[in-house]
Design a binder for this molecule. Structure first.
Ligand code: PAF
Length: 284
């Protein structure tokens, strides 16, 4: 039976007791409404660690749009059952006041292109500052040995990796591959808001990635040409991208030629939902 904890004092007490017993603690930070993507992180954590804490917290500071925050799907009871089935030993589901009590005044700001470009350009760098702040807090609250993030949110992974390095946070990061529906759509809690034709149009993102991958495998090395192939594939499904960009996978710096560690990032609005996806471009 999975224990649900709601306070920092309680989660710390449990984690400290586990650590004193020599147990390795994994943290899977989530905003709930768990899907197969989260469960793959929890399963991986359960393989590597003795105890797995899944945090379920819809973090208000990373939403730039109140309507998006209000529409964010929630189902805690189901999340607890799913987390347990995937191997979690604890769910940490604090109320907003526990994470941001009266007087809260600190924001973790990362400067420069990693928070200002792509999702940071669309949503504002404050989105990533919100993520960085809550992730720093979760690391402080739970004090895990290792934390698990999904490659689906590629820019978030770059931001969190930078943050852990810059602040010397004593936590190991594991980035796990994107989990997809059978037809290729990347798993996301937002997918439930895709209705009717939009579900099919959402495949535009993976179509774009596949077209780029095929072009690179066929020998294309010019980034502008690869981006154009991906854009055309998306438009063929009736979806205009917010951005299509081939970048360095570690720094997100733009590239002119396909390099060893190239990543293609795509984002688009499909009906009421904004979707993102990415893929490593492999020349072999
Ligand atoms: O990826 C998410 O679900 C969130 O950004 C995270 C990492 C749980 C922080 O709120």
């Amino acid at each position: 039976v999975v224990q649900v904890t709601r306070t920092v004092a309680e989660v710390r007490e449990r984690v400290h007791a586990a650590r004193r017993a020599g147990r390795r603690i994994g943290l899977v930070p989530t905003m709930g409404f768990l899907h197969e993507g989260h469960l793959s992180l929890i399963r991986r954590a359960a393989t590597d660690c003795d105890d797995v804490v899944v945090s379920v917290f819809v973090n208000p500071t990373q939403f730039n749009d109140a309507a998006d925050l209000a529409a964010y799907p929630r189902d805690e009871e189901n999340d607890v059952a799913l987390a347990a089935s995937a191997g979690a030993t604890m769910v940490f589901a604090p109320p907003v006041e526990e994470v941001y009590p009266a007087g809260f005044a600190t924001t973790v700001e990362l400067r420069g292109p990693i928070t200002e470009t792509f999702e940071g350009a669309v949503r504002g760098p404050e989105h990533f500052w919100g993520v960085a702040t809550v992730v720093t807090k979760l690391f402080g609250m739970v004090q895990p040995d290792v934390a698990y993030f999904g490659q689906k949110d590629a820019q978030q992974c770059v931001v969190v990796t930078r943050l852990v390095t810059d602040l010397d946070l004593p936590v190991e990061l594991v980035i796990c591959p994107t989990v997809r529906e059978p037809d290729g759509l990347a798993m996301s809690s937002r997918n439930v808001r895709l209705r009717g034709d939009d579900r099919d149009r959402a495949l535009a993102l993976v179509d774009g990635l596949d077209a780029a991958d095929a072009a690179v495998r066929a020998g294309e090395t010019d980034v502008a040409a690869v981006e154009s192939v991906a854009t055309k594939a998306m438009l063929a499904r009736g979806v205009g991208p917010d951005y299509v960009a081939v970048v360095d996978a570690t720094t997100l710096a733009p590239l002119e030629r396909i390099a060893e560690r190239s990543l293609i990032l795509v984002a688009a609005h499909v009906g009421p939902v904004r979707l993102i996806d990415n893929a490593v471009l492999d020349r072999s």
